[in-house]
Design a protein. Structure first.
Length: 51
């Protein structure tokens, strides 16, 4: 018989995504679709520049 070992979560991915989605919604509130596209392009460049 196998014993199941549970580990404590150190990172909650679901909670992280919910929080980040809410932050992005606040940051993009009131933007036109074109402004939103530019917002995401700028942030994508920042992420790829770090790697």
């Amino acid at each position: 018989m196998k014993t199941e070992v549970k580990t404590k979560k150190t990172f909650d991915g679901v909670a992280f995504m919910r929080k980040r989605r809410d932050e992005i919604s606040k940051e993009t509130e009131g933007m036109t679709p074109q402004q939103e596209i530019e917002y995401f392009k700028r942030n994508a460049v920042k992420l790829t520049a770090k790697n």
